[in-house]
Design a protein around this ligand. Structure first.
Ligand SMILES: *Cc1c(COP(=O)(O)O)cnc(C)c1O
Length: 293
């Protein structure tokens, strides 16, 4: 049932080194081409629940480019479960590559209006005995608990853990798994998302010891928005380190951390671990030739 974590590596990122700061990267992007990055970790306890309670179908939510939707579709198909994706917005004439690929894993798509999506209003045909409903992005205690187990892959000592934030589930899991004195820095990829602070807090263990901070200066205009500067950065990062990033989450994370190092945000002597949370399939919707990887 477990996906093997063997392909995941902890790589030094030497060209980020300056101002006395050392940087390594946890390459969760290597775990699986489709169930990528943090998604396996966030989903594994939901999957275990579905299996132990003899559920037949996973039902979850997401947008047209959602890594969570495609990961859920692939996991369901690997375990003989049906899956349904409740997708935000009207059905477009032409489906995104992400949704096409989710369908190729047998996922049934159900489009609902943005208003009903925001209200989390599910059609009556969902939520029967055979369904396990997974919140958007795997948000919830189970998701955070799964994300905490990423810590088992960390074989070195670090002062700061740096991650991208969508729903905040991964960040909460990291905070819960850190030791006293370690800090977690999350970079939001959403613009003006003021609920993130409480979304993360709500998933934290009581009496936690870890300091954490959300930074929202590196969203590049908002979710899935990007600029030419970001694309140039992605290509340059790949040229120098061989690390591919996705334009929605990890490119903004690497860009932001590099910028923060330059601005002396991290004290000299800091040892950073950047969590490469995957998401590379999202680059498929870019025009061919935009990226060099
Ligand atoms: C889903 C996703 C995230 C966000 O994780 P949350 O737990 O929702 O904050 C970050 N990076 C990548 C690549 C993702 O696919």
């Amino acid at each position: 049932m477990e996906l093997s974590t063997d392909p995941i590596t902890l790589d030094p990122l030497s060209h980020f080194l300056r101002n006395g700061v050392l940087v390594s990267v946890l390459r969760l992007d290597k775990i699986h081409p489709v169930i990528s990055g943090n998604k396996w970790f966030k989903l594994k306890h939901y999957l275990a629940e579905a299996i132990s309670k003899n559920k037949e179908r996973l039902v979850t939510f997401g947008g047209a480019y959602s890594n969570h939707i495609i990961a859920t579709a692939a996991i369901a198909s690997m375990h003989g479960l049906k899956s349904t994706g409740v997708i935000r917005g009207d059905r477009p004439e032409c489906l995104s590559l992400t949704l096409e690929s989710a369908m190729s894993y047998g996922m049934e798509l159900h489009f609902i209006s943005r208003v009903n999506y925001a209200r989390k209003k599910l059609p009556d045909t969902f939520g029967g005995k055979g369904d396990l409903i997974i919140p958007e992005g795997g948000y919830g205690e189970k998701g955070a608990l799964g994300a905490s187990s990423m810590q088992e892959l960390v074989t070195d000592e670090f002062t700061h853990y740096c991650c991208a934030i969508g729903t905040g589930t991964m960040m909460a899991g990291l905070i819960n798994s850190c030791k006293k004195g370690e800090k977690v820095v999350g970079l939001s990829v959403l613009k003006n998302e003021h609920s993130l602070q409480s979304a993360v807090s709500d998933l934290l263990k009581p009496n936690g010891v870890t300091q954490w901070q959300i930074i929202d200066e590196y969203h590049f205009g908002g979710y899935a928005k990007y600029t030419q500067e970001l694309i140039l950065f992605m290509n340059e990062l790949y040229r120098q380190s061989g690390i591919p990033t996705d334009r929605v989450y990890t490119a903004k994370l690497f860009y932001g951390i590099n910028d923060l190092i330059g601005r002396n945000y991290f004290p000299a002597g800091s040892r950073l671990l950047i969590i490469h949370s995957g998401g590379l399939q999202g680059n498929n919707s870019l025009k061919k030739g935009t990226l060099i990887f």
